[in-house]
Design a protein around this ligand. Structure first.
Ligand SMILES: *[C@@H]1O[C@H](CO)[C@@H](O)[C@H](O)[C@H]1NC(C)=O
Ligand SMILES: *[C@@H]1O[C@H](CO)[C@@H](O)[C@H](O)[C@H]1NC(C)=O
Ligand SMILES: *[C@@H]1O[C@H](CO)[C@@H](O)[C@H](O)[C@H]1NC(C)=O
Ligand SMILES: *[C@@H]1O[C@H](CO)[C@@H](O)[C@H](O)[C@H]1NC(C)=O
Ligand SMILES: *[C@@H]1O[C@H](CO)[C@@H](O)[C@H](O)[C@H]1NC(C)=O
Length: 944
């Protein structure tokens, strides 16, 4: 009996030790679950309770008593146990839940078993950026494709497209392919790559696959420079039961999946993307054996794909950013595997379990942003600890102590390399345990833009170059020199100008990426291929008119006649008549060929870049939609049908000599056939087919239409260049403007300076300024900002009237040096920095008041007879420097002999506060007054 009692006591002791209250009938049930079990899953039901208790449960509800301090499980009234929060074996492998059923207690032991690859590892090296809200893609990357393709008629198509959203894909066919067909990811956390595998044998892709197969296009690869293929594409003719011959397929797609396929064709795409770096891949695409499907494409000359990790919006992760992060307590979530990086004081796969911890952090928090001479704040914090004593130890062995506090802040002012070393925070808790944490300070860099041993020299780098403490400016590709002020020498490009351009036949070479801009008559990556099929000119757009076996120059279309033939037909300009261009559908086979590019092309179609068909109502809507996003007021002032009403026929246009050309567009003098005879016009066209250029194109068109609409087409009086028509229904799109024989104001001013020396102001010049002040009033009434008021954008008509032109299209058509690229990455925009108002530089906002600022610069250009505006004696300034100069109140130096009233007016235009600047109406008033007072004498003489 005594022995029995002893045994019972012993059992009770063990049960107590296991933290289960010793009750009359304690029982233990064991449940084994994998640690990665999903939240919400039921892991235990009442049916597993012994019968008698299951009976009890009906009357007496279940409740969780003990054994789960961090709320991992929910126990329902009917004794069902549900996983309430993510589990993690490394934090706690076993839970002993004590459950009360009626008056009895039961313990359930939950054992977690190991799951492979769980929890996901947070590899900081592979961290993807967090895509800020507002510009979220539904995809971890953005893709940009640059491609040149030859059409069957010999014309060249080239363009660039960028896209960040899979849901943007124009054709539902691609969408279904992408979302419905299987794909999988192999992520490699050690080399920060994602391998994306997509394969299909779906019926709706079969036609395309057969098409490709019979065209001998069975696989192609895209290669990163000097590296192994990274994007791999294969069409496989796979017979059921046969061995798999594709190595890639064997390696990445489970055999069971392949064997399971019922169809013969199998399409396989594998691509490896870096999670950290932007990479460009060059694709080798075989020539087409015959035109693919009904598409007018003969082959693809080159295709480059740029893949840039953009990251997922906060709280999401995965290749498609479709998974929800589980990270709690401010933990950062890894973009590609969802792993959480716990802040101090928290642990567990979701960082939701408190952890006794001590941390030492700094402000700025990223050690890379701690620079010499900064004031750095250190913070020592105890998390979930009952502190009795806390101390901080400096590298020089000084100690700072606190009693009963959980936080100590201290500042090290003017930090220097002598302050480097370990800063240790130590905490003792009420039970006598000690915790500590160490931060090793290693500050070596000067603040950005400073260099030298003492960090007292200014780098002053241009073109967004970074500044190294010992090496000085580290130039971006395409620039060189101590301040990166020099473009790569002719024939070279890239980082440090170390690479040689391969552009031929007079093509210009982009100094940053070496891309060639072919001259008339040539195409191909190096511009080494002459136009084919009797075509000539830029992008082989023109058709030769040579007869009788004459050979036609691919450059200018001139004919070398065969005797006895001679004749004037040999050198005529002939424009291509507008034809019905291919529809989107006919592009699809080509599209699926290049898969990723397909998506890009679909986007190009959507944005109207590729679309060669007539701008129908839908097109007009799309353009309006784009405009509305940019300028609400402008979009509202357009009446329906605005685009169609101005449309002219391309066959009525006879292009003539080039009068302006730049990287983005060109302007030709041209003859337009009208019912009232031939009319000389200036025809502007876009050269680079990217969406920015097209937006600029339609913005200019829209503004001009709006201006004319407002004046009821009474254009005689306007000081805004007269719109003659638009051509948007052909491959080449044109804006047709009145032809101004005297050219632009800047050239005009410089001619005066060259002829007369620095003679000073001229009465008629102020008259031009008055004209432009009137133009600004017109724009003000429509609430449209011009954004680029400058002498180069003012045209002088045959009747000596100055008119405002160039609403953003072809920014470098007339000059190239006055535009600066914004430093910030991503904003790829050329901007006329020295003309821009302070607030436009700082915030990118343009208003009628910011136009007034630029108008002040235009007055300055008039007063100096066309000098380049410069601040501090420098014409090349970065955005930051420019803001610095203007914020200090510095402005352009007043030209010598400038009349006081004129100087005063300029200064008023350059006031910091936009609302304090004069209105265009006031400016006109003042200019007229000034002109009367300065030149009345002179003008009377000339009138007489
Ligand atoms: C667990 O219980 C809490 C509180 O009753 C509830 O908010 C939560 O949704 C439950 N979780 C699950 C997975 O049922
Ligand atoms: C237990 O109750 C929940 C609702 O609280 C119910 O969904 C579930 O089916 C019940 N299970 C059993 C075994 O009765
Ligand atoms: C498939 O592979 C196995 C071994 O790898 C080989 O024995 C067999 O002959 C192959 N079958 C065909 C049809 O090639
Ligand atoms: C550091 O603090 C001192 C005094 O509080 C201040 O004068 C100095 O400008 C600060 N330095 C920096 C780089 O913020
Ligand atoms: C140790 O370094 C700290 C911070 O840099 C400073 O405040 C303190 O005076 C130094 N103590 C000694 C003994 O040099």
């Amino acid at each position: 009996m005594a022995e029995n009692l002893q045994a019972l006591l012993l059992v009770c002791f063990w049960v107590v030790f296991l933290q289960i209250p010793c009750s009359a009938r304690a029982q233990e049930l064991i449940v084994s679950v994998p640690e990665n079990v999903a939240v919400g899953k039921t892991i235990f039901t009442a049916s597993r309770l012994p019968r008698t208790q299951a009976g009890d449960k009906a009357e007496l509800p279940c409740a969780k008593m003990e054994g789960d301090p961090h709320g991992r499980f929910n126990v329902t009234e009917n004794c069902t146990i549900v996983v309430a929060n993510p589990l993690d074996r490394s934090v706690q492998p076993v839970y002993l839940l004590n459950i009360r059923i009626g008056v009895q207690n039961t313990s359930v032991k939950i054992e977690l078993t190991d799951a492979e690859g769980y929890p996901p590892v947070y590899n900081e090296k592979c961290e993807t950026p967090v895509n800020p809200d507002g510009k979220t893609g539904d995809f971890l990357y953005s893709l940009a494709a640059t491609l040149e393709a030859v059409k069957t008629d010999g014309t060249i198509w080239s363009g660039k497209g960028t896209y960040t959203k899979l849901s943007d894909i124009g054709s539902t066919r691609y969408r279904t392919m992408l979302y419905d067909d299987p794909w999988m990811l192999h992520t490699d956390n050690s080399d920060c790559n994602i391998r994306y595998i997509w394969y299909t044998d779906a019926i709706n892709s079969l036609v395309t696959m057969q098409d490709l197969w019979y065209n001998d296009i069975r696989h192609f690869t895209c290669t990163e420079e000097y590296k192994a293929p990274k994007i791999f594409f294969e069409v496989i003719l796979h017979k059921r039961g046969e061995n798999i011959t594709s190595d890639m397929l064997k390696q990445y797609v489970p055999e069971s999946v392949v064997e399971d396929k019922t169809h013969n064709y199998f399409l396989f795409v594998s691509s490896v993307y870096s999670t950290t770096e932007t990479k460009t891949y060059n694709c080798e695409i075989p020539n087409f054996r015959k035109p693919v499907g009904s598409a007018p494409w003969a082959n693809i000359e080159y295709l480059d794909i740029e893949v840039k990790p953009e990251g997922c919006p906060a709280g999401r992760y995965g290749f498609l950013c479709d998974k929800t992060c589980i990270c709690k307590n401010g933990a950062r979530c890894h973009g590609f595997n969802g792993a959480c990086k716990c802040p101090p004081g928290w642990k567990g796969v979701a960082c939701d379990i408190p952890k006794q911890d001590v941390s030492i952090t700094t402000t700025p928090s990223d050690p890379r942003h701690i620079y010499i001479s900064a004031n750095v704040t250190f913070r020592c914090t105890a998390h979930h600890v009952d502190v009795t004593y806390m101390s901080v130890r400096y590298p020089n062995a000084t100690e700072k102590v606190g009693f009963g506090v959980t936080k100590i802040d201290f500042v090290v002012p003017n930090i220097q390399p002598t302050n480097n070393g370990p800063y240790t925070c130590q905490v003792r808790d009420t039970r006598g345990n000690t915790l500590n944490s160490t931060f090793v300070l290693n500050v070596t860099n000067c603040t950005p833009d400073k260099k030298g041993a003492e960090c007292d020299e200014v780098c002053d780098c241009l073109h967004g170059a970074s500044c190294g403490r010992w090496v000085g400016c580290v130039c971006p590709p395409g620039w060189t020199g101590t301040r990166c002020q020099t473009k790569c020498p002719h024939g070279t490009y890239g980082k440090d100008c170390l690479r040689n351009c391969s552009c031929q036949n007079g093509a210009n070479c982009n100094p940053s990426d070496g891309r060639c801009g072919c001259t008339d008559g040539w195409y191909g990556k190096n511009c080494s291929k002459p136009c084919l099929n009797g075509r000539f000119g830029w992008r082989c757009q023109q058709k030769c008119a040579c007869n009788n076996s004459a050979t036609c120059s691919n450059v200018d279309g001139s004919c070398a006649c065969v005797t006895p033939w001679t004749g004037r037909n040999c050198d005529q300009w002939q424009t291509i008549a507008s034809r019905d261009e291919p529809l989107l559908e006919s592009l699809i086979p080509l599209g699926s060929l290049v898969f990723l590019v397909a998506i890009v092309m679909a986007i190009l179609y959507k944005t109207g870049i590729l679309s060669c068909s007539a701008p129908d109502a839908g097109e007009e809507e799309k353009i309006l939609f784009e405009l509305r996003r940019m300028e609400q007021d402008l979009a509202q002032s357009l009446q329906p049908g605005w685009l169609g009403r101005w449309e002219k026929k391309v066959r009525h246009l006879t292009p003539g000599p080039l009068i302006g050309e730049g990287m983005f567009g060109q302007v030709r003098k041209a003859q337009l056939r009208t019912p009232r005879g031939e009319l000389a016009v200036a025809a502007k066209t876009v050269r680079v087919e990217d969406s920015q250029s097209y937006r600029d194109f339609y913005r200019e068109a829209a503004i001009l239409v709006a201006v004319h609409q407002q004046r009821n087409d009474d254009c005689g009086e306007s000081n805004i260049v007269r719109l003659v028509g638009l051509i948007t229904k052909s491959t080449e799109k044109y804006i047709l403007l009145e032809y101004a024989p005297k050219g632009d104001l800047l050239g005009f001013l410089r001619r005066i300076r060259n002829m007369n020396g620095e003679e000073g102001l001229h009465g008629s010049l102020l008259g031009y300024a008055v004209d432009i002040a009137q133009a600004l009033q017109e724009l003000g009434r429509l609430r449209i900002a011009h954004r680029d008021v400058a002498a180069r954008n003012v045209l002088i008509t045959a009747h000596d009237v100055a008119k405002l032109a160039d609403f953003g299209l072809a920014r470098d058509v007339y000059v190239t040096t006055q535009y600066v690229r914004r430093d910030s990455p991503g904003a790829d925009e050329l901007l006329p920095l020295t003309w821009m108002a302070l607030e436009s530089i700082e915030t990118g906002e343009y208003t009628c008041q910011s136009d007034v600022w630029s108008f002040g610069v235009l007055l300055w250009e008039i007063a100096t007879l066309g000098q380049d505006p410069c601040y501090d004696g420098r014409t090349q300034l970065s955005f930051r420097q420019m803001v610095g100069i203007l914020r200090q109140g510095k402005r352009l130096a007043m030209p010598e002999g400038c009349p006081d009233d004129l100087c005063q007016l300029m200064k008023e235009c350059w006031r910091d506060d936009p609302d304090e600047r004069p209105t265009p109406g006031e400016i006109e008033e003042k200019l007229l007054q000034l002109r009367r007072s300065l030149f009345s004498h002179y003008e009377m003489e000339t009138v007489v």
